[in-house]
Write a protein that binds this ligand. Sequence first.
Ligand SMILES: *Cc1c(COP(=O)(O)O)cnc(C)c1O
Length: 217
Amino acid sequence: MSLSEIRERIARAEAGAGRAPGSVALVAVSKVQPPDRVAAVLDQGHRLFGENRVQEAAERWPPFQERYAGIALHLVGPLQTNKARQAMEMFDAIHSLDRPKLARTLARLAQETGRCPDLFVQVNTGEEPQKAGVLPADADAFVAECRSLDLAVGGLMCIPPAEEEPSLHFALLAKIAARNGLDGLSMGMSGDFERAIALGATHVRVGSAIFGERDYG
Ligand SMILES: *Cc1c(COP(=O)(O)O)cnc(C)c1O
């Protein structure tokens, strides 16, 4: 599927939900994709990309940033505290703030450097043991803890369980965000971004539908 088709589908979903055109940001998740596919999307004018590993992003993006102006990078995958400094330098947003230790590290670095990427707290809405994120029952307290550290949380993020109807998870995430006064909702991937937009997504993270299947081989 092409980038322009995805953009059209986003526009239709925005209109269908009575939302303003352009209210949903498309984070093109380029992890693992070969550089020629990434360049093709850059050539079509897209500038907002998501990566899930700090190291991979650090290797692949500097050459593109020399060739294309205005690139914004979002970290959508887990962040180890020992990579936090590098991540804060490289990314405009981090979608995976998921534990107190990481919050304390980011807060310290933000004080030290005077800048901080946009932050999304990842919520494990499906309460899956293998998945990152704070549990729904702990989300309010964690957001409050971040705020007490002067860490500006802008929104919430979730990755619904693969085998469940994602809309239930999107609705839960939206409810937690609303009661915490958070505007940002990072939710929706290739298979479900229209449903996420209907439930208020401000950022959809779409990979394979734009770039094609990932080849991990
Ligand atoms: C890989 C990934 C995506 C994109 O998934 P697709 O199904 O390829 O659209 C979105 N979010 C996160 C956190 C990811 O790791």
